[in-house]
Design a protein around this ligand. Structure first.
Ligand code: FAD
Ligand code: UDP
Length: 393
């Protein structure tokens, strides 16, 4: 076949890289060809080092690794060690800065009170009103149930409106269940067992995953561009394929478009050592057009002696609906989207030589650990049998 490989992977993101790594590890002669339309590996988790400040910039938005899966933690530690970074986020509301996720510190600051955990719980339950007894099916009900109406309106309602521009009653409750709510002063953003950042950056980690002569990578190659040889029409049916691009794009949008949010990043450089005093500042209010700002150098305090102390770089995030030519980042996942996705799922059975995976291929709000976890499973359950069949053919 034109790919000169036993398996073609479309997309060099974490899903594709994990599959490639597993294929060469478990099949002593198999060769893999990865293509990506971008000019780098790593997908949305790609990062690079900023010349002026020495900060590691996460090109597609801040990426913090966290997991409670022992299988995934052991796997990723084969390719990188992690710093002891612990993610903490603050939010600005009405000209005042509060700690996130919502915790006893947030609650007491907001109500100018000194509640104990039990008192705060009783208050929130009362403020959840009729939602206290509801089994929440959407972001609105789940949010109010978790933290009561006043805190929901202050910290969630407007941020969510900016981030999704979708009625919160149409959004899945899982979006808000990502965040812990704590009746202690613990303001760790994640609730996972393990977290940290790759010691020498994301891209070095990813390169080590595919450091094998039987893995070939072709960058700047679009699977749907028929003017280049590694395209869909030339490959499907001739060689097993793992496709990690948008599922609706694969099927020519025949069942309609799935809705995605994208983010525009506005970079601002400040001639000071420290602009925010923390890595991430969220903006809870409607009159601020961006959702949050990232000051990258704070992700790697252990690199302080390699970073500038005269300058710092900040990215402001502006969320909007993605058009076909934008990077799809967040699946909106309303009921209508779920119905559309299910139609595409049904079409997949007509493509037995293609495995669909990853955040885009499965239309799923996967964190990195979940992407890796699903790739390890997809390798075992789908890719290995497909490969065995074609290697024996
Ligand atoms: P991707 O990384 O999107 O990779 C897919 C690849 O396919 C891309 O490189 C793309 O160029 C390529 N491709 C698509 N179409 C084609 C085509 N036609 N031809 C060739 N190549 C193609 N996770 C965390 O754990 N922690 C975080 O803090 C975190 N923050 C995030 C912040 C943002 C803004 C976003 C968008 C995601 C975040 N994530 C985070 C999730 C993380 O990015 C994903 O879990 C992971 O990158 C998904 O990997 P993937 O391989 O499925 O997809
Ligand atoms: N959220 C919010 N206010 C905040 C932070 C988060 O309303 O200050 C809501 C919002 O709907 C967001 C969701 O919680 O989309 C998940 O937040 P997270 O920080 O996990 O989002 P991500 O990092 O994936 O963009």
């Amino acid at each position: 076949n034109v790919a000169n490989a036993d398996l073609v992977i479309v997309g060099a993101g974490l899903f594709g890289l994990t599959i490639a790594q597993q294929v060469v590890e478990h099949n002593p002669t198999a060769r893999v060809h990865i293509i990506d339309v971008r000019n780098h590996i790593g997908g949305n988790a790609y990062s690079y080092f900023d010349e002026q400040t020495g900060a590691e910039i996460h090109k597609y938005g801040a990426h913090l690794f966290h997991t409670s899966s022992k299988r995934v933690w052991d796997y990723v530690n084969r390719f990188t060690t992690f710093t002891n970074y612990v993610h903490r986020v603050y939010t600005t509301h009405n000209g005042e800065v509060f700690p996130l996720p919502i915790n006893l510190g947030t609650i007491n600051q907001f109500f100018h009170a000194a509640y104990t955990p039990a008192q705060a719980k009783a208050l929130i339950e009362q403020q959840a009103g009729e939602y206290a007894d509801v089994d929440p099916q959407n972001l609105n009900d789940q949010g109010i149930k978790l933290i009561g109406k006043p805190l929901y309106e202050a910290f969630i309602k407007n941020y969510t409106a900016k981030q999704w521009q979708t009625d919160p009653e149409q959004l899945p409750a899982t979006i808000i269940r990502r965040l812990p709510v704590r009746f202690t002063y613990n303001n760790r953003y994640f609730k996972d067992t393990w977290e940290g950042l790759p010691i020498d950056g994301y891209t070095a980690w990813f390169q080590r995953m595919i450091d094998n002569p039987r893995i070939e990578v072709s960058l700047g190659v679009d699977f749907f561009d028929t003017s280049q040889p590694l395209n869909k029409a030339a490959l499907v049916g001739k060689v097993p394929i793992v496709y990690t691009g948008p599922i609706d794009r694969y099927f020519g949008y025949s069942e309609g478009e799935l809705k995605w949010r994208t983010v525009d990043f506005k970079e601002v450089r400040y001639a000071e050592d420290d602009h925010f005093g923390c890595p991430v500042m969220n903006y809870a209010d409607a009159d601020v057009p961006y959702t949050r700002a990232i000051e990258f150098k704070h992700f790697n305090p252990e690199r302080a002696d390699k970073q500038s102390h005269d300058n710092t770089v900040v990215w402001y995030e502006y969320s909007r609906f993605a058009g076909r030519d934008d990077d799809p980042y967040y699946p909106v996942n309303t009921d209508a989207d779920k119905a559309t996705y299910n139609k595409y799922k049904n079409l997949e059975s007509a493509e037995p030589q293609v495995v669909f995976g990853g955040r885009l291929g499965q239309y799923a709000y996967f964190d990195m650990w979940a992407t890796i976890d699903s790739a390890l499973t997809a390798y075992e359950e789908q890719v290995a049998p497909l490969l065995k069949e074609s290697l024996n053919a």
